[in-house]
Design a protein around this ligand. Structure first.
Ligand code: 8DG
Ligand code: MG
Length: 154
């Protein structure tokens, strides 16, 4: 497809492409932070905070930014854990994400999560790894079933 913009012809590719997401296992003692999604992808399932990698951004900066935007929390000790390939063809809005999973900790262990984007999430809470809520967002469910564990030294 071609677009006329200020006298310049710009080629626009309208085919769907995979996108990059950065999501965060935010850990506090033996618990991690999850929220129930309000979204065209994975609606009403429990998921990690996270979102789209912006142009020029590092994984660590994206992780800290998304956690801050979605929960108000400040994190540190941000590290890369793993990456998975997630194709969502059966969702109301089909999409494909390469999802980068990071780990982080609270800068201040007393800080309490807020829910500044109530249209995207029902609210955040800490859950024990051995007693996770159901249903989990399936990319996360897939990892749990594979035996993945985000806690250090496991
Ligand atoms: P943004 O525009 O604010 O950057 O993005 P967002 O609205 O917060 O995006 P998102 O849907 O929360 O995250 C982007 C994609 O990341 C999501 O559609 C699918 C993928 N993803 C996973 N696992 C997880 C997860 O546990 N949590 C979140 N939030 N996204 C995940 O594959
Ligand atoms: Mg998000």
């Amino acid at each position: 497809m071609e677009n006329e913009r200020e006298g310049v012809t710009v080629a626009v590719d309208v085919r769907p492409v995979p996108r990059v997401a950065v999501v965060v296992f935010l850990l506090r003692s033996q618990k991690l932070l999850l929220g129930k999604r309000r979204s065209a992808v994975g609606d009403s399932t429990f998921a990690l905070p996270g979102g789209h990698l912006e142009f020029g951004e590092s994984f660590e900066d994206c992780a800290a930014r998304e956690v801050k935007e979605e929960t108000g929390l400040d994190v540190n000790k941000i590290e890369f854990l793993t990456v998975t390939n997630n194709v969502f063809l059966d969702e109301p809005k089909p999409s494909h994400y390469v999802t980068i999973f990071m780990r982080a900790f609270l800068r201040d262990p007393q800080q309490v999560p807020q829910n500044p984007e109530p249209n995207k999430c029902d609210g955040w809470a800490w859950y024990e790894w051995d007693n996770l809520p159901k249903p989990l967002f399936w990319p996360l469910e897939k990892m749990v079933l594979s035996g993945f564990n985000p806690f250090p030294g496991v």
